[in-house]
Design a protein around this ligand. Structure first.
Ligand SMILES: [Zn+2]
Length: 79
């Protein structure tokens, strides 16, 4: 049987299966990046008009929140 090998996690995997540890790590990185994007946009909104919540209407923030799913909702820092 053919296998993949993850050097980083020293794991042999059946062909076609991604290393679960790598998938998990990538997911965490994407989540952190999306949360950072939201945070930066909220800060930009504060700089512009003093209201972090106005950033929630911006397309990039809405897209990031949608990608984060439920975990991103209600996770906004206090204004
Ligand atoms: Zn791996």
């Amino acid at each position: 049987m053919k296998t993949n090998y993850c050097k980083e996690h020293r794991a042999y995997l059946p062909e076609g299966l991604e290393c679960p540890a790598c998938v998990h790590r990538d997911r965490d990185r994407f989540r952190e990046a999306l949360e950072k994007i939201i945070e930066l946009n909220r800060q930009h909104a504060v700089d512009m008009n003093g209201d972090a919540k106005s950033a929630e209407r911006w397309a990039c923030v809405r897209v990031a929140r949608a990608a984060l799913g439920r975990e991103g909702v209600g996770n906004e820092p206090a204004p």
